[in-house]
Write a protein that binds this ligand. Structure first.
Ligand code: ATP
Length: 231
């Protein structure tokens, strides 16, 4: 198992938002992580990434506890988060964004080095000198995705990556996520309000409600479940 959460509990101040969250993901698996606004999906991702300290439970990566590691240490292991609202440097050019992150995350034998991300998203090559914040939403999202995968990503968590993107772009980007997962045994966790798009590439579905997992199973089983009416 790549990422395993065991009985995770986390919140903000004295308010517990998620409790008893447990799941384990295999290499190459694509998880659609669904639920209403405020269900606790982002809180779960932040806890796994180390942006939020859980009040109980464990986070394991490749079978080793990582819940005491810093965010940077988790990134180095291959755990990556593409945060809601995009994680780019808007005032830097495309190439500067890529170079800065590559300098930190790309080591010898990396799965994705600078030429690899330009190959994956050729439009970024054309836009190398453009200020990142001035590009369209779709191009910014491609840049954010490039930054998240530079180096050797083993588990990529994407928080609402489709926000602000045209439907055809969403489809194309999700297919690229699927291709990378299947060709590089990368695991993906996809938090999405665009449930239809996420379901097209998902192997597995977890539904959260009120801070707890209420469903965990395959896409067909999810569609047939009592929880599908949420969507
Ligand atoms: P969304 O799609 O709206 O992001 P979500 O399932 O990701 O939904 P979370 O963002 O994890 O949900 O939020 C879960 C709960 O935690 C909500 O009630 C939210 O108001 C609360 N919450 C989130 N971030 C904070 C914060 N920084 N401080 C206090 N409460 C927060």
């Amino acid at each position: 198992m790549v990422l395993r959460l065991n009985g995770l509990e986390a919140g903000y101040g004295s308010k517990t938002v998620i409790s008893d969250v447990s799941f384990a993901l295999e290499p190459g698996q694509i998880l659609a992580f669904l639920g209403h606004n405020g269900a606790g999906k982002t809180t779960t991702l932040k806890s796994a990434m180390g942006l939020l300290r859980p009040s109980a439970g464990e986070v394991l990566f490749d079978g080793n506890r990582i819940d005491r590691l810093s965010v940077a240490e988790r990134v180095a292991l291959g755990l990556r988060l593409l945060p809601e609202g995009r994680g780019i440097f808007p005032d830097l050019s495309v190439a500067e964004n890529i170079d800065v992150v590559a300098a930190r995350n790309v080591g010898p034998g990396a799965m994705f080095d600078i030429p690899d991300v330009y190959k994956l998203f050729p439009v970024l090559q054309e836009r190398r000198t453009t200020r990142a914040g001035s590009m369209s939403g779709g191009q910014q999202q491609m840049l954010a995705m490039s930054l998240a995968i530079l180096g050797t990503p083993r588990c990529l968590m994407l928080d609402e990556p489709s926000i602000g993107l045209a439907p055809n772009l969403v489809e194309r980007m999700f297919q690229q996520v699927r291709d990378v997962c299947k060709s590089h045994a990368m695991t993906a966790v996809l938090v999405e309000q665009n449930v239809a798009a996420a379901m097209k590439i998902a192997d597995r579905v977890i539904i959260m409600n009120n801070g707890q997992i209420v469903f965990d199973g395959g896409p067909d089983e999810a569609r047939a479940s009592n929880f599908w009416h949420y969507f």
